[in-house]
Design a protein around this ligand. Structure first.
Ligand SMILES: C[S@@+](CC[C@H](N)C(=O)[O-])C[C@H]1O[C@@H](n2cnc3c(N)ncnc32)[C@H](O)[C@@H]1O
Length: 273
């Protein structure tokens, strides 16, 4: 088991890479419609796999990337570990359409794999979507071989402050106080709640934190990101258009006075064994 100083060394390795990535202007990033802002923010997680800085995976047989989404971690692991079989698993079939086989539609709470078969399991920015998080973590433990590694990532509470404040200002008048809450969205599994859930199943839970500032040089990515949040609300198109129009007015005012729209973004990784 790694001691705290080894964890700190690895965290130091991780931090500059994350900072470097997070300040890349989004305008230079490939356009991905509504997903581009989240995509760019979350792509910073790829540093978790650089030089196995956090994962420390070594030679791999079977890896299960659970809640794989568009397969960014799957692709990266397949490139870094050609010896491994990396299976992209997601509950939503639509997320997996562009991911190369092997892929599987399955739920993290009932993984259709036998006990002790996987060398590593990834659950990156996904556990806060799962209804029974403890059950999913127990499933990760069950499918992992003894000594296998679980790598998890999530958000810190109260992050992306300026984005959250913008959302509250423009959405509250339309959605009311009980409408979609920015910080509530990941509260069930964030940096405050995650360790206890992981320690319930794993003897060793090491934490790595990568903090940076996202600088967005134009309103477009923010507007597309806010548009994509509609799926988390029960708002009809006409009402949501009111929210977006208010956001556009705020951003027009902001960019008249500032070159970028900045907000902090921190990612937390847990390596569990
Ligand atoms: C925010 S995305 C993260 C995708 C990817 N891990 C990444 O970091 O780029 C969360 C993913 O988890 C999936 N998901 C949500 N609940 C799930 C569940 N119970 N079982 C499996 N996948 C689930 C979603 O469909 C979505 O693709």
């Amino acid at each position: 088991m790694s001691g705290p100083s080894r964890s700190l060394d690895r965290a130091r390795l991780l931090l500059p890479a994350a900072l470097a990535f997070l300040t890349v202007p989004f305008a230079a990033a490939p356009a991905q419609a509504a997903y581009d802002l989240t995509g760019q923010v979350r792509a910073g997680q790829d540093v978790a796999l650089d030089g196995d800085a956090v994962v420390g995976l070594g030679d791999l047989g079977l890896v299960l990337d659970i809640g794989a989404g568009f397969g960014r971690f799957t692709d990266r692991l397949r490139a870094d570990h050609p010896e491994a079989t990396v299976v992209a698993i997601d509950k939503a079939p639509g997320m997996l359409t562009a991911v190369e086989a092997p892929v599987m539609v399955a739920d993290a709470q009932a993984i259709p794999y036998p006990d002790a078969c996987a060398d590593a399991v990834l659950a990156m920015h996904m556990l806060y979507h799962v209804p029974d998080i403890a059950k999913a973590v127990a499933e990760f433990r069950r499918v992992l071989k003894p000594g296998g590694t679980l790598l998890v990532s999530t958000n810190i509470r109260g992050d992306m402050t300026e984005m959250a404040e913008l959302w509250e200002r423009v959405a509250r008048p339309v959605l009311g106080p009980d409408g979609f809450s920015w910080n509530g969205a990941t509260r069930d599994f964030d940096s405050a709640s995650a360790p206890a859930l992981l320690e319930a199943e794993f003897d060793s839970v090491e934490t790595f934190t990568a903090a940076g500032v996202v600088k967005v040089p134009e309103p477009g990515p923010i507007m597309r990101f806010l548009a994509s949040v509609q799926t988390f609300t029960e708002c009809d198109d006409a009402s949501y258009a009111v929210i977006l129009a208010a956001a556009e007015r705020e951003l027009t005012r902001h960019f008249a006075e500032h070159e970028t729209f900045d907000f902090p973004k921190t990612m937390v990784f847990y390596r569990c064994r």
